[in-house]
Design a protein around this ligand. Structure first.
Ligand SMILES: Cc1cc2nc3c(=O)[nH]c(=O)nc-3n(C[C@H](O)[C@H](O)[C@H](O)COP(=O)(O)OP(=O)(O)OC[C@H]3O[C@@H](n4cnc5c(N)ncnc54)[C@H](O)[C@@H]3O)c2cc1C
Length: 644
């Protein structure tokens, strides 16, 4: 493997405080420097992204009095992909009195992530979770309430308490409207300047420090330079490297990848979450997959026929010829096992030939028992919009026949490496939300992404960034600074190159082929031989891309092919790093399942002796350099994860 990467010096999180875990966040906040309110007006911050992480961060930084510039590629900040989140947001409020606590949320998250996340970060996340709900309720977010008027909760996978707050199946939308209102207030107040339809295409680094971005106005094609004292990336995840995923079509890796090329380490790129409950792919033409929220597993029962190749209609299969395999294999957690476990179990039964629907790539999610127990109206009240969505897409009514579901790419736990302050390895560059390598280890528990995004944006970053900004005032940088000119010229050169190839293949055709490769070899199950094959093929395909891609039109207009081509070029480089990361990690953990490393009953088998570290990769232009950050567990004992 030595030809694929080299190993460099270990890396450490120098900002993480020590002492009792429940005091560390307070300790860091107290230890960090503050910027006095009069000085904040003189300091500027760029925030790329207006999803839950970026929207909440920009609004909060604006409220604090900094000069903020906020960027997104959509026509409105409130169209960020976060709007798609359905199921809910976790918080250790323990309103149900069912044994929840900050300690339990911390424990569930570390265990759920298969002991590959940092204890200090996860504990802080659990602490801050309770503040998020108060903040959002104060903003007027319409969380579901129970009969007595109190906030309602439901359960998500990997836990035995009910701590997920929700707004029907539209939690992300309602939370984003809250953050968006706060952002709009700052825009009106003049503290935040909004740049919609702008795509960041390069990071400006001056003397090793992040000082701005180069962005393309997607309507006019103008290449703009924006300078600031600090840059925050909140640009979301990169699941679309697989082409087919539940992510919004626009989600991409360009912002973080450009920063990676400029020196920010990329951590755990191979950690991908495959969600067990998505509508199965219906054909080759498809460009997007649809999630059916995990919340449905509160009441839906997952099953397949006992017999292989059973083509009877579900209603014609008697109870004793059904295999409720999650309830059978994992009696303690049943249908609410974590996503990685449920996805692999679905793959296994389909591999055995017991899958249902076209191609045998599906399992049933059945609500018949819930409808009989709770009544149709109660089920509709909880899941109505999800049922409607399913029916519109498949033409089948889940009140009458079980849903058919299959795993699909959904979320990426990897991302830019950040320290406890959420600062990357480039000083002045902070990364929040799904874009950082996050607090979820090798597997994210359901309803924890919204929690992390809002924790980062409303509470963590606004506190930690002041320690950095307190170093100001910073040197004034002009548009004609050598590093700025170089970044701008690099962007122009790349656009010209993409437009000039004039080949015979569309950007989408390359993306589709890359995605199929990634799904086959770096998807639900990975092997040494498969990953090596993928790396060779990705390299060939990338070369072909730069020789044969056809990007019609010009730069000086709305040109979606140009946008796509730039993003796909970055996906190619990321895909190779993902495969190298997956190849070097010769263990299974969470969503990263290496066929060579499994227990006798087919569960992921970690190798803590060799792999209890974060893999942080340095870009070199050829073989990447691996820096390891050791993970130590003082408060949670590392054990073989079991949900049986
Ligand atoms: C279908 C679906 C349902 C989900 N449901 C849940 C759920 O119920 N609970 C939960 O906890 N999680 C859920 N998740 C995960 C969760 O929605 C995401 O992880 C989270 O919303 C990501 O938020 P974010 O702010 O980090 O990024 P995003 O919401 O993806 O926002 C990214 C922002 O960055 C901007 N951007 C990106 N690149 C650039 C660039 N180069 N230049 C300028 N702007 C750029 C975009 O315009 C956008 O504004 C779900 C995910 C999916 C796909």
């Amino acid at each position: 493997m030595s030809e694929l990467f080299t190993e460099g010096a270990p890396i450490q999180d120098t900002k993480a405080p020590d002492g009792p875990i429940n005091e560390r966040w307070d300790k860091r906040r107290f230890g960090g420097k503050l910027v006095n309110p009069a000085n904040r007006r003189k300091l500027s911050v760029i925030v790329v992204g207006t999803g839950l992480a970026g929207g909440s961060a920009a609004a909060t930084l604006g409220e604090l009095g900094y000069q903020v510039k906020s960027f997104c590629y959509q026509d409105s900040p409130r169209r960020a992909h976060s709007i798609a989140a359905q199921g809910g947001i976790n918080a250790a409020k323990n309103y149900r009195n069912d044994g929840d606590s900050i300690q339990r949320l911390f424990y569930d998250t570390v265990k759920g992530g298969d002991y590959r996340s940092r204890e200090s970060n996860v504990y802080r996340l659990a602490q801050v979770s309770v503040e998020i709900i108060d903040q959002c309720v104060a903003q007027g977010v319409p969380f579901a309430r129970d009969y007595g008027g109190l906030l309602d909760t439901r359960s998500f996978g990997g836990v035995q308490v009910s701590r997920t707050f929700y707004a029907r199946g539209q939690t992300g939308q309602q939370l984003l409207l809250g953050a968006y209102q706060a952002l709009e207030r700052q825009i009106a107040a003049g503290t935040v300047k909004m740049f919609t339809r702008h795509e960041m295409l390069e990071l400006i680094v001056v003397d090793g420090v992040a000082r701005g971005i180069i962005a393309r106005d997607m309507i006019t094609g103008e290449i703009e330079t924006h300078i600031a004292d600090a840059v925050v990336l909140a640009s979301g995840g990169y699941g679309n490297v697989f082409f087919l995923s539940t992510n919004a079509k626009g989600c991409n890796v360009t912002a973080t990848w450009r920063a990676h090329r400029k020196g920010a380490l990329f951590a755990n790129p191979c950690y991908t979450q495959i969600h067990p409950t998505c509508i199965p792919q219906s054909g080759e033409h498809q460009s997007k997959l649809t999630l059916m929220s995990e919340s449905l597993r509160n009441d839906g029962r997952v099953w397949v026929p006992v017999k292989k190749g059973d083509t009877r209609k579900p209603g014609d299969i008697p109870e004793d010829e059904r295999d409720y395999y999650l309830e059978r294999i994992y009696p303690s957690f049943g249908n609410l096992v974590p996503r990685d476990i449920a996805s692999r179990a679905a793959k296994n039964v389909c591999d055995e030939g017991r899958g249902v629907g076209p191609g045998g790539l599906g399992v049933y999610l059945d609500f018949a028992d819930a409808i009989a127990r709770l009544g149709r109206d109660a089920v509709a009240a909880k899941y109505g919009n999800l049922f409607e969505m399913y029916e519109r897409i498949t033409g089948e009514d889940p009140f009458e026949v079980p849903m058919r579901i299959y795993p699909a790419v959904h979320y990426t736990m990897g991302g830019l490496w950040v320290d406890y302050d959420l600062q990357s390895t480039i000083p002045g560059l902070f990364v929040i939300g799904e874009a950082n390598f996050s607090d979820h280890g090798a597997n994210r528990l359901g309803a924890s992404a919204l929690m992390q995004g809002l924790a980062d944006g409303y509470f963590v970053l606004p506190n930690t960034i002041s320690d950095y900004l307190a170093k100001g005032p910073f040197e004034k940088i002009g548009d004609d600074h050598e590093a700025v000119v170089e970044a701008r010229e690099a962007v122009k050169g790349r656009i010209e190159k993409l437009l000039s190839i004039d080949g015979d293949r569309t950007p989408d055709s390359f993306h589709r082929e890359l995605g199929a490769l990634m799904w086959e070899y770096c998807g639900m199950e990975r092997t040494d031989a498969g990953l090596r094959k993928a790396i060779d093929r990705i390299r060939e395909l990338r070369e072909e891309f730069w020789a044969r891609v056809k990007v019609p039109g010009e730069n000086e207009e709305l040109n979606q092919n140009l946008e796509k081509a730039g993003r796909i070029a970055d996906f190619f480089e990321l895909a190779e790093l993902m495969c190298i990361d997956a190849l070097h990690r010769e263990e299974s953990c969470g969503g990263h399942f290496r066929a060579e490393s499994q227990t006798p009953d087919g569960e992921a088998l970690r190798d803590d002796e060799r792999f209890a570290y974060v893999a942080a990769w340095e870009y070199t232009g050829h073989a990447p350099v691996l820096h390891k950050e050791n993970l130590e567990y003082e408060y949670v004992k590392m054990t073989q994860r079991s949900y049986k």
